[in-house]
Structure formats: structure tokens, C-alpha cells
Design a protein around this ligand. Structure first.
Ligand SMILES: [Zn+2]
Length: 82
């Protein structure tokens, strides 16, 4: 199964960051580029710039931007204990 097909099945054909539907891209989480679907997320084009670091993730209140080990990460507030 290709990474793209695996991601499509996992995500239900939605962006895994904001559940947008439409044109979706495969974002490979560094540093394991090209690994497997477990290291990738399916995203819409509006999230692509955010993950590439050219836009602020904070535009979406459900996403918190952070850094871990020098890498940019996105924390989903729904998974954060309050
Ligand atoms: Zn999205």
C-alpha cells in the first residue's frame, strides 16, 4: 500500500490537521522523509505553508506551535490536558 493510499484510508480523505476536504498533500514529518504513513500526515494546501514554516500555525486556535529538539512541531489543543 502506498503512503498516499494509507493516509487516505486513515484520514477519511480529509486534512488531518483541520479536516478540510479537497486538494490534499502528503506531508512527510522530518527527519524520516519517505518513511511510512506513520511518519506522514495528509494536509490541505493551506496547512502546507504552516508546516513549511512560512506561515504561523497560530492562525488556527486548535493548533499550538512549538519546538522540540530544534524542530517545529504542532500541538493539537484537543489532546492537551487542561
Ligand atoms: Zn487542513
Amino acid at each position: 500500500m502506498s503512503i498516499r493510499v494509507a493516509l487516505q484510508e486513515r484520514s477519511g480523505l480529509k486534512c488531518e490537521l483541520c479536516v478540510a476536504v479537497g486538494a490534499l498533500l502528503v506531508f512527510v514529518a522530518p527527519p524520516d522523509a519517505g518513511g511510512d504513513a506513520g511518519k506522514c500526515v495528509q494536509i490541505c494546501s493551506s496547512r502546507e505553508g504552516q508546516l513549511a514554516g512560512t506561515e504561523s500555525v497560530n492562525a488556527n486556535p486548535e493548533h499550538l506551535e512549538g519546538k522540540a529538539s530544534g524542530q517545529k512541531i504542532v500541538i493539537f489543543t484537543k489532546f492537551v490536558k487542561k
